[in-house]
Design a protein around this ligand. Structure first.
Ligand code: ADP
Ligand code: MG
Length: 708
């Protein structure tokens, strides 16, 4: 059974290894155990029910919450050669009947259905004599009202299962792990002594970042400008905000689309598709967007407003980087958002118990925004992980290299002005007074006679407002609730006014930039887009970004080499192999990449690195011996060229077989030797300085090594 599972993984999915947990989960299901899987978004849950479905005798029913995405999921499977279909309200009765007939004939192994179907008596009788071996409930947290996407129709699942002639295996899959939700899933879905799998929540490839007290609009425009053409989601809390960001980005010449509940069903569908197909690279959306979206090449998720809790945040942010490539999750925090979230709780939750629960969760996400420690640690501990290291190296805390700028004087000016204005006005008015504006209201209220009038003329009103926002974000000031928030002084500001404490503003040295993609990657991306248009399936269904990245790293030039690339299974090889190979060969030829760089060489080094901790310089040597140029080795191993050169020298010094002559430019060998004799062989720098500039350190080291 075990080898069969692995074969399927390779043949259909084109993957050579399981991700963490997948294998155990698949085996649990195949042993006919009810199975409950809690893994973060992007961890690869789908495959855990898709593979058993292929091996079980009868059919697998997949319950998935979103009708609009079923076609997409089924297309993905079909493209890999896995027979699947779906039934939902978008189909006519005749079509539904036909599909069920085909399922009975054994044409399909997977049948996707929306939970709403389960309520219809017609449906129950339609499938009454179908052999259902396995029911996979995706997004299982929807069954719980404590979860963040409660769907009443999920409550019909247990009744439906009870009616089936034989009890199927039940699998429940979710990314939400709070205690209430866990209990609800087990009880409400009537899981029978389930095997529960909770893998870690860490998503290494996601860069987590909180940006506090910055001007959000400027930030987003800047970010998008720096990451042109990258695919991303910008979440905002309200329709109004979505519309205004959308408009701003469009005006600035970017290519966004939008999604919120105020748009018609048709429009939402169109916009979603445009995003899935990479026609628009940015989608500005409320949290109505995203559940069940498996788009794997999302490179950034920006939260323009505070989300309602940490689960919701991590689920939404986790839509970045499903393909495992580096991606960014940025939360823009402004304290006004807290008021908005409180307002939403008041509006939407009536039960006092749930209300206090929601407030508690809101406070936790606020804590996330203020934590001075590692953001990844915060999230992982939130999900109950223990012994999390405190320095992930991949969040805005751990990589903080910002300069602190002393803004005490500006802060004091602002605080004094607020006090002179008797803490009765909002930030716009305060900024006008400080700027010395001739605004009518300012003059009418005689504010030009205040001692703080016009004491910040050198700043713009917007800059002053930005500083006020920062001071609010850092707790020196607070805002009252309501439509026109008034700025109040907090305790913390008094110490600053008394000159007991200073105020600093962090100034980022550099904005996060995503690494540049190479030109073959761009060509392959274009090729994928062309195929996508022709076949009318989203690009990432053809190949995820990670697959194209591997192709552009290893230059596979025949079918055999292509199959080794992650994400290329047999079906896709047949379907797309030739065109992609043609493009790669053409590129390789034009760029003089003569070698078919085999993936094995790299694969071995990776495995070795993990298992026996082979010293790094030996790994470099191993690659070097396959004939790769050092530049290429440096690129593959993500080292500097100098490091790989040093590795080779070290190997030579250790007496390993290194052909030093190949490293020494012949015409300089004698000259270098002379120089060593003259200035001595102890220090490199004087040798280098006594030689022509084109002789590099590497050559000198090689000569030293040769004549040691
Ligand atoms: P989830 O449902 O847990 O959010 P998905 O099932 O959508 O995640 O999988 C996320 C991505 O990971 C998909 O692009 C999928 O193809 C990929 N993936 C799944 N399993 C593997 C694997 N074993 N190796 C490499 N990639 C995988
Ligand atoms: Mg999923």
């Amino acid at each position: 059974m075990h080898t069969k599972v692995l074969d399927i993984l390779k043949k259909y999915f084109g993957y050579h290894n399981f991700k963490k947990g997948q294998e155990e989960i698949i085996m649990s299901i195949l042993k006919k155990q009810d199975t409950f899987v809690i893994m973060p978004t992007g961890a690869g849950k789908s495959l855990c029910y898709q593979i058993p479905a292929l091996l079980l005798e009868g059919v697998t029913l997949v319950i998935s919450p979103l009708i609009s995405l079923m076609k997409d999921q089924v297309d993905t499977l079909e493209n890999m050669g896995i027979p699947a279909t779906f039934i939902n309200s978008s189909l006519s009765f005749a079509e539904t009947e036909k599909r069920i007939y085909q399922v009975k004939q054994g044409k399909y192994k997977l049948l996707y259905i929306a939970p709403e179907r389960l309520e219809s008596a017609g449906f129950a009788s339609l499938i009454s004599n179908l052999q259902i071996d396995f029911v996979a409930v995706d997004e299982a947290h929807c069954v719980s009202q404590w979860g963040h996407d409660f769907r009443p129709s999920y409550r019909h699942i247990p009744d439906f299962i009870k009616e089936l002639p034989t009890k199927p295996i039940i699998g429940a899959f979710t990314a939400t792990a709070t205690e209430e939700v866990k209990k609800d899933v087990v009880n409400l879905l009537t899981l029978n002594k389930p095997n529960i799998y909770i893998t870690g929540f860490n998503r290494e490839n996601l860069f987590l970042s909180v940006v506090r007290g910055e001007n959000k609009r400027d930030y987003v425009l800047d970010y998008v400008r720096n990451n042109r053409d990258q695919v991303g989601i910008i979440y905002a809390a309200t329709r109004k905000e979505v519309e205004s960001i959308y408009k701003e980005l469009s005006l600035a010449g970017f290519n966004p689309t939008k999604y919120h509940a105020g748009l018609s069903t048709e429009e939402r569908k169109q916009n979603q598709e445009a995003f899935l197909f990479d026609n628009n690279n940015i989608i500005v959306a409320t949290n109505a967007f995203g559940m069940g979206i498996d788009k794997s090449n999302v490179r950034f998720v920006i939260h323009y407003n505070l989300p309602k809790n940490v689960e919701a945040y991590y689920q939404e942010a986790g839509r970045a980087g499903r393909d495992g490539e580096p991606s960014q999750c940025i939360l823009l925090f402004g304290p006004q958002d807290i008021l908005l979230q409180k307002f939403m709780i008041e509006q939407s939750v009536t039960s006092p118990e749930r209300k206090s629960n929601e407030y508690k969760k809101l406070q936790e996400i606020i804590d996330y925004c203020y934590t001075p420690s590692c953001l990844r640690k915060f999230i992982l501990e939130y999900f109950g992980e223990e012994d999390v290291p405190g320095d992930c190296g991949n969040c805005s805390t751990c990589t903080d290299d910002s300069d602190l700028v002393d803004i005490t004087v500006d802060a004091q000016k602002i605080f004094s002005c607020i006090i002179r204005l008797k803490q009765r006005y909002g930030s716009t008015f305060i900024a006008q007074v400080l700027k010395g504006s001739k605004n009518k209201k300012v003059l009418e209220l005689n504010c030009d006679r205040l001692s703080t009038y016009g004491i910040m003329t050198e700043a713009t009103e917007k800059e002053i407002r930005d500083i006020i926002n920062l001071l609010v974000a850092d707790g020196y000031l607070s805002l009252t609730e309501g439509q026109y928030p008034v700025v109040k002084i907090e305790e913390k500001a008094l110490a600053v006014l008394k000159n007991d404490q200073k105020v600093y503003q962090k100034v980022q040295k550099k904005r996060e930039r995503l690494p540049e993609d190479n030109s073959l990657f761009e060509l392959l991306r274009q090729l994928r887009k062309d195929i996508s248009n022709k076949e009318n399936v989203p690009p990432y269904i053809i190949f995820p970004d990670s697959t194209l990245k591997e192709m552009s790293k290893f230059y596979p030039q025949d079918a055999h080499a292509l199959l080794k690339i992650k994400g290329v299974g047999e079906n896709k090889l047949q379907k797309y192999g030739d065109v992609f190979l043609a493009q790669i060969r053409k590129y390789a030829e034009e760029n003089n990449i003569s070698r078919n760089i085999t993936k094995e060489a790299n694969e071995t080094t990776k495995i070795k690195k993990k298992i026996d901790k082979t010293p790094s310089h030996l790994l470099t040597l191993e690659l070097y011996q396959t004939g790769l140029p050092l530049e290429e080795i440096a690129r593959q191993r993500e080292l500097t060229l100098i490091t790989t050169q040093n590795h080779i020298i070290q190997c030579a010094l250790e007496g390993l077989a290194v052909n030093l002559d190949a490293l020494i430019p012949q015409e300089y060998e004698n000259l270098i030797l002379q120089a060593i004799k003259t200035v001595g062989g102890e220090y490199l720098k004087p040798i280098k300085e006594s030689l022509p500039a084109e002789v590099d350190y590497f050559a000198i080291k090689a000569v030293l090594c040769k004549y040691k």
